[in-house]
Design a protein around this ligand. Structure first.
Ligand code: ARG
Length: 466
């Protein structure tokens, strides 16, 4: 390894295959900006502590500025011989500025360097994700507001259960992603700690100032144990767990969009830009984007398991295994970022079909619970009311209709077995059996009544504005 940083120790070079196998430059080069930021902060600290000279520092700053330009212009030559982003940049720096470049790595190891780079990178990724979750939520709130009173069949077991509003249903996804955002903010707190200064594993004998470096890089605090700082990747695992959870939520929404768009439901249409046709069936308009969100959720789950498995057998401190942390981490972030971007737009392209939603609600006895509650309010015990309504549903089914189609006499007759039930029924029963009545009656915080949905949207908007 002629160009390696440790060539003196070795009697033969590694094979090309081993070089390729051990290199990470082709994926970790995307941390170049973070690597340079970290190096500059380290160099400033070294100069401040008189570990390197001020001339060294200004040479390093000049060289790094040049390298940043080369990378931005696409002129920087990444080499396999350089192995990873850290050594590629350091080698180029030394080629540009000479001896000062060789002093940069004083009191530092690639082990604390890479851990710092990943944390800086991840912090940026989390900040982007938080903004994108907010964008998604804003569009969800807009659609929910339009449909705060639009009746939708609520399902359990994919069977029609009770009426809800479409706005209320959408607001469930606002709540899920609100917790997702909390999770990311929480991961960010633990990510935003500085490993640099831990050196290879034991710390360093130079009179370093870690707090200074932490401040330079915007870290909230320093990692307090050098062995832990260079070797653990729990922050990356937590991040992937938060990504997997968010993707799981979006996957559920995707599953619903797919169902709702199916002609069997016919509740919505997706804008054409999120769908594709079939190469053979001319009539098809397929919900490819939500299907891919559902599919990519599996891939992200895999990344979480990959990282957990990567860490579980590693003795302290750093092991090269850790180099395998980056691809799953990057891909998890990329996948979620693309998914959120596309989803925010997709929400605005949902065309709602309220007539079909209402039509579906008129089947399936969606207001049966309301009838039971009606009897309870008139003095029947809930279990008796439940039984009386079950009898009514059965009778309606035999007759081939729904509850509102039954006359008062028919309702009384079928409930005859339940003592006291029939006599509770009066003309006011029909108001209770309507969808609007059912919706309006669930008027408490968290309920589906349109006024409650609007209040929830208002609270959400206030939170987003903060
Ligand atoms: N490319 C390595 C990584 O991603 C950098 C740290 C290498 N350190 C070492 N001692 N081999 O983890």
């Amino acid at each position: 390894n002629a160009s390696g940083a440790w060539s003196g120790r070795f009697s033969e070079p590694v094979s090309d295959l081993v070089k390729r196998y051990t290199a990470s430059v082709f994926f970790d080069c995307r941390m170049a900006a973070q690597d340079i930021r970290g190096s500059l902060a380290h160099a400033r600290m070294l100069a401040k502590q008189n570990i390197i000279g001020n001339q060294d520092l200004s040479d390093i700053e000049r060289g790094m500025a040049q390298i940043i330009g080369e990378i931005e212009r696409g002129e920087f030559v990444w080499t396999l011989d350089g192995e990873d982003v850290h050594m590629n940049i350091e080698q180029r720096l030394t080629a540009l500025i000479g001896d000062a470049g060789k002093r940069l790595h004083t009191g530092r190891s690639r082990n604390d360097q890479v851990a710092t780079d990943i944390r800086l990178w991840l912090r940026d990724a989390i900040d982007s994700i938080l903004v994108l979750i907010g964008d998604f939520q804003k569009n969800v709130l807009d659609l929910a507001e339009l449909h705060a009173a639009t009746p939708l069949p609520g399902h359990t077991h994919l069977q029609i259960a009770q009426p809800v509003t479409f706005g209320h249903h959408l607001m469930a996804y606002y709540e899920m992603t609100r917790r997702d955002a909390e999770r990311f903010a929480d991961v960010r707190r633990r990510t935003n700690r500085l490993p640099l200064g831990s050196a290879a594993l034991a710390g360093t004998s130079y009179p370093i100032d870690r707090e200074f470096v932490a401040r330079e890089l915007g870290f909230d605090e320093v990692c307090e144990n050098s062995l832990d700082a260079v070797s653990d990747r729990d922050f990356a695992i937590e991040f992937c767990a938060a990504v997997a959870t968010t993707m799981m939520h979006l996957s559920r929404l995707s599953e619903e969009l797919i169902l709702w768009m199916s002609p069997r439901f016919g509740f919505i249409d997706l804008a054409d830009r999120f769908t594709t046709g079939s190469s053979i069936m001319p009539q098809k308009k397929n919900p490819d984007v939500p299907e891919l969100v559902r599919g990519k959720t599996g891939r992200v789950n895999g990344h979480l398991i990959a990282l957990l498995t990567l860490m579980k057998g590693q003795p302290l401190a750093y092991n090269k295994d850790n180099q395998e942390d980056k691809e799953p981490l990057f891909d998890a972030a990329d996948t979620l970022i693309d998914t959120l971007r596309i989803y925010a737009d997709m929400i605005t392209g949902i065309k709602v079909k309220p007539d079909n939603m209402l039509q579906a609600l008129s089947l399936g006895f969606a207001t049966a619970t309301d009838l039971a509650d009606y009897l309870v309010k008139k003095g029947l015990a809930f279990r008796d009311a439940h039984e009386a309504v079950a009898l009514a549903v059965r009778a309606a089914e035999i007759k081939g209709g729904e509850l509102p189609h039954m006359s008062i006499d028919e309702l009384r007759a079928c409930m005859a077995h339940v003592a006291g039930a029939g006599e509770k029924i009066g003309e006011d029963i029909y108001a209770v059996l309507t969808v609007e009545g059912s919706l309006a009656s669930r008027s408490h915080i968290g309920g589906t009544a349109p006024n409650q949905v609007r209040a929830a949207i208002e609270r959400a908007r206030a939170r987003l504005a903060k």
